[in-house]
Ligand binder design. Structure first.
Ligand code: SAH
Length: 213
């Protein structure tokens, strides 16, 4: 095997934005390098695809910053046989990254237009192990529960009990928790150990709010 002398924008993003900033899991880095972020953006936003920030998508929502997507995936650590649940499909970008790390991803968005658009992007790009659902993700998705990995891409005031209830023993849920209005949120990893659930804080983030139906 030779070396690749020509790198893609996503490979450069991994080298310049992710590796130097705490993303060490090689599977996550590989997944991030394999998903072209521009495909999940409207044409007029594509030239910004590899800037290290969140970007506007339809319905007043955002596609998350690549570094945040990578650090959330690393903390949730989905394994090849796992089914992962994502709340907040948005563009479908994070679901595409997760789909490279586990057997199947179920992703839910409350906005039918976003879910439909994300679903067609994912299908067109060949991400066949992602299922997109429409609804209030804070109620979870009982059909395939419990989940080893749950990722929430919108900020909740408290942790939705239905989601905690669908976390498998040893499973990890990564979720931004809003402590006060207008303040940055606390990105947390909750881990279930039998009946006990503990959490640790990762870093402050700014996500759109998790809204009820
Ligand atoms: N992961 C996305 C970014 C998500 S932005 C990406 O990679 O592009 C947050 C999304 O959460 C928005 O699309 C918003 O519609 C959705 N959302 C907000 N409240 C929700 C709820 N209760 N259930 C499901 N989705 C919700």
């Amino acid at each position: 095997m030779g070396r690749f002398w020509v790198s893609t924008p996503a490979q450069r993003m991994v080298a310049e934005q992710l590796r130097p900033h705490g993303v060490t899991d090689e599977r996550v880095l590989e997944a991030m390098a394999s998903v072209p972020r521009e495909e999940f953006l409207a044409p007029r936003m594509r030239r910004h695809a590899y800037e290290d920030r969140a970007l506007a998508i339809e319905c007043g929502q955002t596609i998350s910053q690549p570094l945040v997507v990578a650090l959330m995936a690393q903390a949730a650590s989905p394994q090849p046989d796992d089914v992962a649940l994502e709340v907040g499909t948005g563009s479908g970008y994070a679901a595409a990254v997760l789909s490279r790390l586990c057997r199947k991803v179920i992703t839910i968005d409350r906005e039918p237009a976003l879910a439909e658009h994300a679903s067609s992007t994912l299908r067109r790009m060949g991400f066949d192990n992602v299922e997109v659902a429409v609804g209030d993700g804070s109620r979870g998705w009982p059909a395939e529960a419990p989940y080893q990995a749950i990722l929430v891409a919108a900020a909740a005031r408290g942790v939705p009990p239905a989601l905690l209830g669908e976390l498998a023993d040893g499973g990890r849920m990564v979720i931004p928790v809003a402590l006060a209005a207008e303040e940055p949120q606390d990105l947390r990893v909750y881990t279930r150990h039998g009946e006990d659930v503990t959490y640790r804080s990762l870093f402050p983030v700014l996500f759109v709010p998790l809204r009820p139906d």
